[in-house]
Write a protein that binds this ligand. Structure first.
Ligand code: PHE
Length: 359
């Protein structure tokens, strides 16, 4: 290859590129084809890149002249490419503005009205049932004294029974405080404030070291307390039967099993007939196959008992004069039974898809 040959080829190359780039950039309909056209010139295998490499073969006395011409052309190409990019973006924007941008024929999006959380709804329902039976509603703080949560309820100091209600402990002003493990703290507070007769229910959040599909470390309880002269276990059974039947229907049966809580004597767990297989309808096979009550026909729903004289002493009531009963139940558990929810955590995930399904 001679030097003159290189000169000729270089000149032809310059002319080719000069002629080609304007139309190549102008014809590109979108950014992608514009970039492809640019790559054909300035990419590693591009015509302009190859031309630059040819420079080595151009005779020394003409190199400067050609070098300048090639560089000028390179700048022209770069400027034209930038210009074409801007023009494309502008054209796109104009097309967007010119196009109709609201389709008035599409159906609108209805805003979804919020509603009360299932826990709140069940709480209201339970409170309604008990206020209709003559109970007042009482509230108390979620962080309360250890003394109110345990000591005044007859838990001996550091008794293993407190392990069943392990919680989070807080130091405030030197007093031993904790996140309450039951709303019985409110019963203590009310008894310290008031004299019998008294009948209260105390709903609220409680905290325990518990976490599985039927237990949450924070859950809701409603506890009841009635104190007067000559209150008997029959009164307790009457109130709880009435309560269960108002909540789940008149056919629901109630039974008690002896149980232990330090603040009651005697104590019991109360079961109601299974509200899923409805044993009162007499279909024994359905009950046998029921996964909720595991074939027993009964569901455990609450703890209760006659208030222990020790509790009355600790709040200054005369245990010779007064008797009373107390009960406590999980609101979450009632919500799960009422709405057929199998995992308690669903109640706390705030997933709208779940909450919308609750009627
Ligand atoms: N406080 C008890 C608990 O949280 C429930 C209960 C209340 C049991 C009243 C008996 C009487 O487990």
């Amino acid at each position: 290859m001679t030097d003159t040959d290189a000169v000729t080829r270089f000149e032809a190359g310059l002319a080719d590129v000069r002629e080609a780039f304007g139309s190549a950039f102008g014809e590109a309909a979108d950014e992608q084809s514009l970039r492809a056209a640019n790559a054909k010139l300035t990419g590693p295998e591009g015509t302009l890149t190859k031309l630059m490499k040819l420079m080595r073969e151009v005779p020394g006395d003409r190199r400067r002249e050609f070098g300048q011409a090639a560089n000028a052309l390179k700048e022209e190409v770069a400027a034209a490419f930038d210009g074409a990019l801007v023009a494309l973006a502008q054209a796109e924007r104009e097309a967007e503005l010119a196009a109709p941008h609201i389709d008035v024929s599409l159906p609108g999006r209805r805003p979804k009205p919020g509603r009360l959380h299932p826990i709140t709804r069940v709480t209201i329902e339970l409170v309604d049932i008990f206020t209709a039976l003559g109970f007042d509603v009482a509230h108390g703080p979620e962080i309360d004294l250890y003394e109110y949560n345990f000591d005044k309820l007859g838990f001996p100091p550091d008794h293993p029974a407190t392990d069943m209600q392990d919680s989070f402990f807080v130091k405030s002003d030197g007093a031993r405080s904790m996140l309450r493990t039951h709303t019985s703290t409110i019963q203590v507070r009310e008894m310290l404030k008031r004299k019998p007769p008294l009948a209260i229910v105390a709903p609220g959040a409680v905290y325990r070291r518990d976490d599985d599909i039927t237990h949450s470390p924070m859950f809701f309880q409603i506890e009841g307390l009635l104190v007067d002269e000559k209150v008997s276990f029959a009164d307790l059974k009457g109130v709880l039967t009435r309560f269960a039947q108002r909540l789940f229907g008149p056919d629901v049966g109630v039974r008690g099993r002896p149980s232990y809580f330090p603040f009651v004597e005697p104590g019991a767990e109360i079961d109601i007939s299974c509200v899923f297989c409805k044993p009162w309808e007499g279909d024994a096979a359905r009950t046998a196959a029921c996964r909720v009550c595991k074939g027993t026909g009964w569901l455990e729903i609450l703890g209760c008992g006659m208030v222990h004289p020790v509790v009355f002493e600790s709040v200054g009531y005369d245990p010779e004069k007064y008797t009373g009963f107390a009960f406590g139940l999980g609101i979450d558990r009632i919500a799960m039974l009422k709405y057929g929810i199998s995992d308690i955590r669903m109640l706390y995930e705030n997933d709208a898809r779940f909450l919308e399904q609750i009627g």
